[in-house]
Design a protein around this ligand. Structure first.
Ligand code: FMN
Length: 218
């Protein structure tokens, strides 16, 4: 399907069919989309917690209480729920792990390639850590790229999704022991198939006009 059609067709699902599960081969493709997402200087400062069963989804739904209670039914009825997390720090061990993986993947065919890549990545990390002092925010932005990749992949695979910022990150962090793992939850995504109660399915998509969104230069 044409990518514009795909994006026009997808929507944020407000009610999931609790009886329908995403087949494992489709979930494997969605996990691969998450893993293959782009990130600045390939830092990949993320980790994804996947809940497929009732117990895991109940733990995740505990973070959707108080003002976020409206998201709990989606979490509980969805086939799968993913919590996209950012690293709390990008220390040298994390950067060296990425560099080593790039080496194994054949990214350094010429002498000095690895050292150049290390220096380039370290300079960006230093920029965000020391000069801009927005390292956690910068890592969170990479996680949002993962979110965009996941939403497009889900649409392509005819899986419905609801991205959710509406949850208490401290509760989720405690529930999943994320802080001890050096992680911070950024956004959750409920994945599955819409139910007849999904009121958003019947509403037209609304976006600002192309004139508002774009400026064209010659
Ligand atoms: C980062 C992000 C967080 C969102 N958080 C929630 C949420 O907590 N609950 C919810 O029902 N929808 C949530 N949404 C859905 C948006 O409201 C929805 O994507 C937007 O209105 C555009 O509509 P569409 O996705 O149906 O095209 C979120 C979307 C994004 C991208």
């Amino acid at each position: 399907m044409d990518v514009a059609e795909l994006l026009a067709r997808r929507h944020c699902v407000k009610a999931f069919d609790a009886e329908r599960k995403i087949p494992e081969e489709t979930m494997a493709k969605l996990r691969e989309a998450l893993r293959l997402s782009a990130s600045s200087v390939n830092t990949q400062p993320w980790h994804v917690v996947v809940a497929a069963g009732a117990a895991g989804k109940e733990r995740m739904a505990r973070a959707a209480s108080g003002p976020y209670a409206y998201n709990a039914p989606k979490i509980l009825a969805a086939s799968h729920v993913v919590a996209l997390c950012a690293r709390r720090d990008l220390d040298s061990a994390a950067l060296e792990a990425v560099l080593a993986q790039e080496g194994r993947d054949g990214r350094f065919p010429r002498p000095g390639d690895a050292e150049r890549q290390r220096a380039s990545r370290e300079s960006y990390v230093a920029l965000h850590r020391d000069e801009l002092q927005d390292l956690p925010h910068w890592m969170g932005k990479q996680v949002y790229l993962q979110l965009g990749t996941l939403l497009l992949a889900a649409a392509a695979l005819e899986v419905d999704a609801c991205p959710m910022e509406g949850f208490d990150p401290d509760v989720l962090s405690r529930e999943l022991g994320l802080e001890a793992k050096g992680l911070r939850p950024v956004v959750m995504v409920a994945l599955g198939y819409r139910s007849a109660e999904d009121w958003n399915a019947a509403l037209p998509k609304s976006r600002l006009s192309a004139e508002t969104v774009f400026t064209f230069l010659d």
